[in-house]
Design a protein around this ligand. Structure first.
Ligand code: PEP
Ligand code: MN
Length: 345
């Protein structure tokens, strides 16, 4: 939280604000003081849940209180009195709503490889109950020597299969210049973890009409993630869906650490739907079913799951990818859990 003091704040007022700020930050926090255009600025940091802004509002000597809600004023709850509500994102072409009663499943290969496999996957996942086919034509890979996706050809395949199968298409745009062409095919444009704070890309995605699936950066705090969402919203695109995909921690037993606790934290702070990607979070197909079930029970509005006709020959992320049979089984389980928590799949 940041306090900007009035230019005419007296020494006594400054002292009182500083004392209150130090108390609010506690033993493990800190207050740093700076000057901005001749006015004193206090930055309040804690190692916990942040600082309650309320006692500083209207305090003598304080002219501006900037708290986390100031950062995400469009994503925030605004006037909504119900902390559990969110603004659903509708995709009319396939009659899908993300953030409604139905938990929406997006499934498909990590990367589009060829049209036969893509079509087979679309048939299988749609039959099992997925509303969207998800696959990358442009892949953000750690190494430049790894398979990078088949590019425009893959985009064209997604377009064809999406039309033919009447299934929604989710695919990634990696750079601002590609947003328009990806948007011509995709029902939802994915922005990947590695690009979460690519501000020109976020702004471009905000200037076009397709919904945006914003994956959490692997080392992003909730505030940074919501700040990124705000870049899209601030350009006029209100249709942002958040996707928790695991964060990097000291744990080595799984690829990333799936932060399911972020779901209620998002619900407390914002109106944006949130989905969970247990495939990239866990990095292993054996862990995907349990984390999918947990995500649904924790209140996720959807799931993003990697599925391939033969994961052992997938060109990327095969080890975390489900077979059609595994996906079928998981969907049956998810349907039961959804019923138990008053939703459907
Ligand atoms: C992906 O969804 O294909 C992907 C690469 O995931 P992330 O951006 O979360 O690493
Ligand atoms: Mn992948």
């Amino acid at each position: 939280m940041r306090l900007i003091l009035s230019s005419d704040a007296t020494a006594r007022e400054i002292g009182q604000v500083l004392e209150l700020a130090r108390r609010a930050c506690g033993d493990h926090g800190a207050v740093s003081v700076d000057m901005l255009d001749g006015r004193m600025v206090m930055n309040l940091c804690t190692d916990g849940d942040g600082v309650d802004a309320a006692p500083f509002r209207g305090l003598e000597g304080v002219s501006v209180v900037e708290d986390a809600e100031t950062i995400y004023r469009l994503a925030g709850l605004q006037d909504s009195p119900v902390a559990t509500s969110c603004s659903p994102v509708e995709i009319a072409r396939i009659d899908a709503v993300i953030g409604g009663d139905e938990v929406v499943v997006m499934a498909g290969p990590c990367a589009v490889e060829n049209v036969d496999d893509l079509l087979r996957t679309a048939v299988a996942v749609k039959k099992a109950g997925a509303k969207f086919l998800r696959g990358g034509a442009f892949k953000p890979r750690t190494s430049p020597y790894s398979f990078q996706g088949i590019g425009d050809e893959g985009l064209e395949m997604l377009g064809r299969v999406g039309e033919e199968m009447e299934i929604g298409i989710v695919t990634e745009a990696m750079e601002p210049g590609a947003v328009e062409k990806v948007g011509q095919v995709a029902d939802i444009i994915q922005i990947g973890s590695r690009n979460m704070q690519n501000f020109p890309l976020l702004k471009e995605a905000g200037r076009q009409p397709k919904p945006v699936l914003l994956k959490r950066g692997m080392s992003a705090t909730l505030e940074e993630w919501l700040g990124a969402a705000e870049y899209v919203l601030n350009e006029g695109n209100a249709k942002v869906i958040l996707c928790e995909r695991g964060i990097r921690t000291f744990s080595r037993h799984s690829r990333h650490t799936l932060d399911l606790g972020v779901i209620p934290a998002i619900r407390e702070r914002t109106r944006l739907p949130v989905i969970v990607d247990p495939s990239h979070a866990t990095g292993s197909s054996g862990k995907v079913p349990s984390m999918s079930r947990a995500a649904l029970a924790a209140g996720a509005d959807g799931l993003l799951i990697e599925v391939h006709p033969d994961p052992s020959r997938a060109m990327s992320d095969g080890f975390q990818t489900l077979t059609f049979e595994q996906f079928d089984r998981l969907m049956a389980e998810l349907k039961r859990i959804a019923r138990a928590v008053g939703r459907s799949v």
